[in-house]
Write a protein that binds this ligand. Sequence first.
Ligand code: SF4
Length: 489
Amino acid sequence: MAGLQCRKYQWYRENARDEIPEPDFSTRFMFKQGMLVGEYAKKLFPGGIDLGKLRNIGEQLGKTSEVLPERRPIFEASAGTDKIYSRVDILKPASGDSWDLIEVKSATQLKEGYLHDIAFQKHTFLQAGINISNCYLAFINNQYIKQGEIDPEGFFDMRDITVEVDEVMMSIPDTVEEMLEVLQRPDPPDIKIGRQCDHPYSCPLKGKCWEFMPENHVFNLYGKKDKAANLYSQGILSIEEIPEGYGLNLKQQIQKDCATTKKPRVDRGQISAFLDRLKAPIYFFDFETYSTALPIYEGTKPFQRIPFQYSVHALDDLYGESVHYDFLASGNGDPRKELLENLKKHLGDSGSIIVYYEFFEKGVLNELAGDFPEYEEWVESVIPRIIDLYRPFGDFYYYNSIQQGSASVKSVLPAITDYSYKDMDIADGLSASVYFLYACGHYKIGESCPTPEEVDKIRKDLITYCRMDTGGMIHILRGLKEVLGKSQR
Ligand code: SF4
């Protein structure tokens, strides 16, 4: 799969693994989620033989050959030849001497990459003389609702993908030969950076491969990356160098103008209209949520967003003293009801509620109203008060090259104020959710649990981070008011 993304990445994985940075805390959490789902899928076939604990390839191959004659489901069965090796999640006896191959994914839908993954497994098993009948993908049923112990039959959807896999199989022998040739080279292949660096995953070698790119490079152009790839192939690296008349859209042209003039873009009319919508008192509001593949609480679904923290800053006028409220769940039990009770008090009855990227906060509030109907009326009264501070930046009413093409709050804050998220121990939403899960024991690294000191530090960092989100919005809004004063347009 690494090789399909980029042969250079695959070469490093095989020949210079030390040069690939270790996955961060959040990425390891994602891997762990996948592992937990894989473990759960074993419950679909009670009485199966589990070879998952064997770490050595020789042992895995030997043990698989040894247990195949038993004709029982095998978890983590291996097969290989002198050149290729593969391990499958579940091998299930089918008719005659054949086997069905089942790949388990911590996902709610089929992705094209999975077919390549499974086609390679089938190819390897066939090459090793193990007859494969059908191929299945076991993925997560996102409509499953937890009621008591998770029922594996209801939690997983099983889809027969034999036809799709067989189509992909045709290209496997040539791909494998070519990959093996690349892997044996003394040096990595010379592959230019491009869209593949972020598809399907962000490549961990980006820091190394992208080092030479200037600030405001063409891949920061707003929208699809095809234009950027085309410019890059012509040797144009920075947005500033893009020739006039190249065919940039409106937002991309703003990026070019700002990079060239070194001045921000300020659309006074639109910013004034946005600010005129605000009604005092003004509330600045931000949720943090987590989601897990295996639902934790009764009545919740896989990957459902569970809000566990919020921050609210309230001001009577934009330059007045703010009052701060926050909520951080204890970590014992479903936090949603208590969070709602508190939030209802802290968001008041009137005035604007400023959020950054309204789809998130509105979406979570609506989900809460669905699960706690006694709050439905209150949620309905809150939603019309929400104003999205993302809008002036997402629509480029204000743009500054410092944003590097991004309208996220993390990019906008240092562009329009003197504040930033730099040097914060928790500085993004995904890390916040993973650290919270770790602190309350829902995510374990190995067998270790966090010490009370660690938990204390995580909780303080979480409060600081969420407070920064709403405090930062106050600064951004003030920044917008101030640029109106400075702008000549
Ligand atoms: S950063 Fe891009 S070019 Fe470099 S190895 Fe990764 S995918 Fe390949």
